[in-house]
Design a protein around this ligand. Structure first.
Ligand code: UT7
Length: 375
């Protein structure tokens, strides 16, 4: 029996405290016009003293679980993607495991910067599809504000705090997570990093004085890299799913900069309206940005049953990746009429996709161009 990994629950958490562009203009030499026009960000959320990556992750996880028909004890695996963990060790995932009472779950963190959520969803989906687990909780959570140099206008205007979580469950119903491309290029390690606090540069008075415990970034180079990889990763994941770009209903990109998202849309020749964007209200929440944007799009009813989604991101490492997802709501969440409509829509989409591949194959035979697509 084929097993599929479906997203059956989702939840997000963001601190209440809002920091606007005007607030930042009182702290560093910047202004609302510059930040908005260069990044698309108007405000971001900042963790209060009692909040941390784990508390945000736990809140998002509990909300995600509430939206499913399973409870914490049914979770087999918890993966937290984060670059701002609670500690170097133990993992933030273990803290979440304890706080939500997931007594049967294995737990670990993934460090792939802003691409982390894509990597983590792919890892969980692979484990489900191979049959080694049934239910997984995947969380992207960050408190970047704790690692921001609030005197550096190049970086402090960009980042925000938050968390988003998916519950993934095994099902024999086709759909769910389909394909994923994961890429990296460590030669870009210095373009975006948090240099101190690890084994190379342990904390010392010097590292503190030099502000080496805060985010260091070459913004222009990261921008160039991002505009290059967003479109290519999307194309690769879409092609692996045997979709055409036209089949994609929504692209949910990492929310780093509006100009990067626009460049990706241009590169893919896709209308910007197909991109889920909430960057103006949260800033760049790194690995939390994709699940937060997905949650908001689900809550507002934009993502519908049968939709074809692409999650695509990039970040420090350098890392980048894209994942395709056929959004199929769990049976219990939809009415009988909607189920019938879904079955028809899914059937029609598959027929369309088959006809397209058949046409490409026949054209290949007639014109002598090769097509390796299985029909
Ligand atoms: O999750 C991945 C994380 N990182 C990213 O996604 C970052 C990708 N990079 C970017 O988003 C953009 O490069 C930035 C938003 C960081 C910067 O935008 P830019 O258009 O590349 O600006 P720039 O670095 O080329 O700087 C242009 C000017 C400079 O002044 P001069 O040298 O032209 O006089 C900067 O000093 O803007 C100045 N500047 C600012 N001015 C007002 C830089 N930051 C600010 C600021 N307010 N906050």
């Amino acid at each position: 029996m084929n097993r599929f990994a479906h997203v059956t629950g989702w939840g997000m958490a963001a601190p209440d405290r809002v920091l606007t562009n005007d607030d930042l203009a009182k702290m560093v030499d910047t202004n609302d016009e510059w930040i908005l026009s260069r990044t698309g960000i108007s405000e971001r959320r900042i963790a209060e003293p009692g909040e941390s990556t784990a508390t945000l992750a736990v809140d998002a996880a509990l909300r995600a679980l509430e939206s499913t028909d399973i409870n914490a004890k049914d979770i087999d695996l918890i993966i937290v993607a984060t670059s701002t963990p609670e500690y170097i060790f133990p993992s933030t995932a273990c803290i979440v495991q304890d706080k939500i009472g997931a007594s049967r779950a294995g737990a670990f963190d993934i460090s792939a910067a802003c691409t982390g959520f894509i990597y983590a969803v792919n890892m969980a989906a692979q484990a489900i599809r191979t049959g080694s687990i049934e239910n997984a909780l995947v969380i992207g959570a960050e408190t970047l504000s704790r690692f921001t140099n609030w005197e550096d206008r190049d970086t402090c205007v960009l980042f925000g705090d938050g968390a988003g979580a998916f519950v993934l469950q095994s099902s024999d119903q086709p759909g769910g997570v389909l394909t994923c491309v994961m890429r990296s290029d460590g030669s870009g390690e210095s373009l975006l990093s948090l240099p101190a606090g690890g084994s190379k540069l342990p904390a010392s008075h010097e590292t503190v004085d030099k502000k080496q415990h805060t985010i260091q970034m070459n913004g222009r180079e990261v921008f160039r890299f991002a505009t290059r990889v967003m479109a290519s990763a999307t194309r690769e994941a879409v092609s692996l799913a045997s979709w055409e770009l036209d089949d994609v209903t929504w692209v949910i990109p990492h929310q780093a900069n509006m100009r990067i998202i626009e460049a990706a849309a241009r590169g893919l020749r896709m209308p910007i309206e197909k991109f889920v964007i909430n960057l103006s209200r949260y800033g760049n929440t790194s690995t939390a940005s994709i699940p937060i944007a997905t949650c908001e799009a689900l809550e507002s009813g934009r993502i519908q049953d049968g939709d074809h989604l692409v999650l695509v991101g990039f970040g420090a490492g350098l890392t980048w990746g894209a994942l395709t997802l056929e959004w199929v709501l769990p049976e219990r969440k939809i009415s009988r009429a909607a189920r019938r409509r879904r079955a028809i829509l899914v059937f029609l989409a598959r027929v369309r996709s088959f006809v397209r591949r058949l046409r490409r194959k026949i054209e290949g035979l007639i014109w002598g161009t090769s097509s390796n697509d299985p029909i």
